[in-house]
Ligand binder design. Sequence first.
Ligand SMILES: Nc1nc2c(ncn2[C@@H]2O[C@H](COP(=O)(O)OP(=O)(O)O)[C@@H](O)[C@H]2O)c(=O)[nH]1
Ligand SMILES: [Mg+2]
Length: 203
Amino acid sequence: MAVGPVRVVEAEFLLSVADSNWPDDSVPEIAFVGRSNVGKSTLLGALCGRRGLVRVSSTPGRTQLINFFHLEIEDKQRRCVLRFVDLPGFGYAKVAKSERKKWFARVEKYLANRATLKACVLLCDGRRGAEIDETELGRFLHAREVMLIPVLAKADQLSKHERKPRALELGRALSARAMIVSATEREGVTELWQRIVAVLRSG
Ligand SMILES: Nc1nc2c(ncn2[C@@H]2O[C@H](COP(=O)(O)OP(=O)(O)O)[C@@H](O)[C@H]2O)c(=O)[nH]1
Ligand SMILES: [Mg+2]
């Protein structure tokens, strides 16, 4: 389905939760997940067109929480309300399996049970690709039939000719088409919006 340019009418921080005191489930949600420092907050800000918006979710203490943002968007077809959900980041380096389990325990309830979760945008470092954290999460989401949108993040750090092959590789590793995005250069942001809206429209 063709999607026109997306205009963000409203974007505001809603709340942070530690366990499962999520807001009411009347609104479709798009979750953002990836390693700490991969650029989740920056990408959320770029999508919303509001740079300061997401800072609140990166204040110390909140990075372990699930942060909800309320959005209202408009394309040429209609207006719609949705939420962005900024999930805690998983560890940097090749973390121990126990760390991975701890992280998963924090987000599992949400990812496994949230009825209104429509898609999960999984940011991967352009230079590292998908490692075990990402591929395990990808398998989990496929099993749950949550749409997965892999993102090759910080694409500006790769040379132009590296981007496509890396994105193809990432897509293969996660069994879904990967998008090439640079939040700081605002590359791929419009395309990502279109993919998100297509998911929302698909039911
Ligand atoms: N080169 C580059 N740097 C980025 C990009 N997005 C984020 N960053 C930088 O990466 C660092 C971590 O970003 P942040 O959004 O806080 O990551 P988060 O921990 O995943 O929320 C910050 O210094 C950002 O300025 C990008 O697209 N390109
Ligand atoms: Mg962040």
